[in-house]
Design a protein around this ligand. Structure first.
Ligand code: SF4
Ligand code: SF4
Length: 405
């Protein structure tokens, strides 16, 4: 579907009414039958999250998950909640808080201060206070996991600024947090380092215990390698931005027609992608966006089967062909080529929020915060040869600006 013809709110509503938990309830069906009527026993495999030692569900949950799905997720074994600091005592789902506190893990994301993830700074005292204030607002006694949000700009910054680590250590002494992890992005666009290089240094030289990182089918070999290295060093890994291109692919009539062929029978793009993630022995868990009962059942069912069949591989090959020239893999290779310092990978990440997760409002909000957007492109073409996904970056920047600007 072309960007200009796409109406995310309409699709989301239509899909959700068709198969969502609320849709099921409206049709007089009890969404909580999930896991009882399914052919597979819907209980997610558990994995050890690296050095944290936590036994977490192979698909983790998030506080922005569709609320109707949270009881189903808990029932299926989801026990790790990303961005849990966004809940208050009033909004924290009963399905979670009715469980024994030690049976689930609550994660707080701790961002830079005095700016965004590029312009902000790491400042021990402010992070320390931020977590204390967040605890008060959440009504929790402690967060299981302190996540340094977006990570470091460079190896040099890791070496010279221990503010985030010191804030964690003070909070840990007071029993307010237990484990230290981070998410890590690429920062070559601001003269920093690539995520995989920063991670390799962190794994060997710091008290961080795990990472959340971009990892989807077709990931650059450096990301594959750092995930393997993390496993070797008992450093936890959770994949994020995993559903590359799938939201748009499953709505594309041409692709749907291709996948009708008997060669692909028994697999679908989302299912094949989840099996690909789960069959990676080096990866501990994944964040997988899902908005409906049907998506959740498909993803959880695939996570339980885990092994990739020949039909799944064929679907993944088709998906890769579909994404080629269309969907950004967020590798950031193009960014350092741009003399205009346009955050190309971020812009295309926001496009993925809109096109694959159907979160247009969030995408527009993030896009509006950029200091330079797609309109800053001078069409010099210098970035184009860097793109292994064969994306016409100049044209795509214009399309994305029409969608999000
Ligand atoms: S074509 Fe646009 S995005 Fe690419 S390098 Fe030139 S100015 Fe930057
Ligand atoms: S546009 Fe291409 S080179 Fe740039 S981040 Fe996306 S996939 Fe990588």
């Amino acid at each position: 579907m072309k960007i200009e013809n796409w109406n995310p709110s309409e699709i989301t509503r239509r899909q959700f009414i068709r198969t969502g938990a609320a849709g099921l309830a409206a049709a007089g069906m009890n969404p909580l039958v999930f896991g009882q009527t399914s052919k597979v026993p819907l209980k997610l495999p558990m994995r050890r999250y690296g050095r944290t030692g936590l036994n977490i569900s192979s698909i983790i949950g998030a506080s922005n998950m569709t609320p109707e799905l949270i009881p189903l997720a808990v029932k299926a074994g989801v026990n790790y909640w990303h961005k849990a600091d966004k809940w208050t005592p009033e909004t924290m789902p009963a399905a979670i808080k009715s469980q024994p506190r030690e049976s689930y893990y609550m994660e707080i994301i701790v961002p830079r201060v005095r700016g965004n993830h590029r312009t902000g700074v790491i400042e021990e005292e402010e992070h320390y206070q931020y977590v204390k204030d967040s605890l008060k607002k959440s009504g929790l006694r402690y967060f299981d996991v302190f996540k340094h949000y977006f990570g470091y700009h460079s190896i040099e910054e890791v070496k010279t600024n221990a503010g985030m680590i010191r804030a964690f250590e003070r909070l840990k002494k007071e029993g307010l947090v237990k484990h230290l992890v981070l998410s890590q992005h690429h920062y070559n666009d601001i003269g920093g380092d690539m995520a995989y290089d920063i991670l390799e240094y962190l794994i060997d030289n710091t008290p961080y215990e795990g990472v959340q990182l971009f990892f989807s089918y077709g990931a650059p070999k450096e990301m594959e390698e750092v995930v393997a290295y993390a496993k070797k060093k008992d450093f936890g890994t959770i994949a994020m931005k995993t559903m590359k291109g799938i939201g748009r692919a499953i709505e594309d009539d041409n692709l749907k027609a291709i996948l009708e062929d008997p060669r692909f029978k028994g697999s679908r793009p989302g299912e094949a992608t989840v099996k690909w993630l789960m069959s990676n022995p080096n990866l501990d868990a994944a964040v997988i966006a899902m908005k409906s009962f049907a998506e959740m059942e498909e993803n959880f069912g695939a996570a339980m089967q885990a092994s990739l069949g020949a039909h799944d591989r064929r679907v993944l090959d088709q998906l890769a062909a579909y994404n080629d020239g269309r969907t950004c893999m967020l590798c950031s290779e193009c960014v350092s080529k741009c003399s205009e310092d346009i955050a190309i990978a971020d812009i295309f990440r926001y496009e993925r929020y809109a096109m694959d997760y159907h979160e247009l409002d969030r995408a527009r909000k993030e896009y509006s915060l950029l200091t330079k957007n797609g309109t800053s492109c001078i069409s010099c073409g210098d970035c184009m040869s860097a793109c292994g996904s064969h994306i016409n970056i100049m044209e795509k920047l214009k399309d994305v600006h029409s969608l999000l600007g």
